[in-house]
Ligand binder design. Structure first.
Ligand code: NI
Length: 186
């Protein structure tokens, strides 16, 4: 089912370049599996499916209701109804715009949210911010503002200790980038 989910999201995101593409989803999936390795009490299959489907109904990209894309995929795989609900609850809990910094209630949800936030930090986070900004007609300075408004706060809000560990180097890299950018544009 996990291999089928990878193929599903590759088709779903074909053509998008605003930073929420299949490559982002696959990085979140890999981050989530690393966190799951360090947190063996979690249900790995639920973590994997929720990571792979976490942006399948992103309102910035899709006009679906009630996670219709994620649900259609899981139903097509004859997933257990309890698994479908668990995955959908996680997807609902991941979104920054829907939930702010309120932590998800399950370990699996906390892992997937952390995995998504890790992908907004470090070199990838910088690259995604400018890709998104360019796609929305923003100047470099406007994109840099996003670092201060959002990205620099993400590391503080992480739920799990292995994620905080992975975030440390990525957060430091953001700060280093900002120092250099300010130096060059002053
Ligand atoms: Ni995401």
């Amino acid at each position: 089912m996990i291999e089928a989910a990878k193929r599903y999201i590759e088709n779903l995101f074909a053509g998008d370049s605003g930073g929420h593409d299949a490559a982002h989803t696959l990085r979140v999936y890999r981050n989530a599996m690393r966190l799951a390795d360090a947190l063996p009490d979690c249900d790995r299959e639920t973590v994997a499916l929720a990571a792979l489907l976490h942006d399948a109904d992103d309102p910035k990209l899709f006009k679906t209701e009630n996670l219709a894309n994620a649900r259609a995929f899981l139903a097509s795989q004859n997933a257990d109804p309890a698994r479908i609900e668990a995955v959908c609850r996680i997807i609902d809990g991941v979104s920054f715009s829907k939930n702010g910094l309120a932590p998800p209630t399950t370990l699996e949800g906390r892992i997937v949210q952390d995995a998504d936030r890790l992908d907004a930090l470090g070199a990838v986070g910088i690259a995604r911010t400018f890709a998104y900004g360019g796609a929305h007609g923003r100047t470099l300075d406007e994109s840099v503002k996003h670092f201060h408004e959002k990205l620099l706060h993400l590391a503080d809000g992480l739920n799990t200790s292995p994620a905080r560990e992975l975030a440390r180097e990525r957060h430091e890299f953001l700060l280093q980038f900002l120092r250099q950018y300010e130096e060059e544009t002053r």
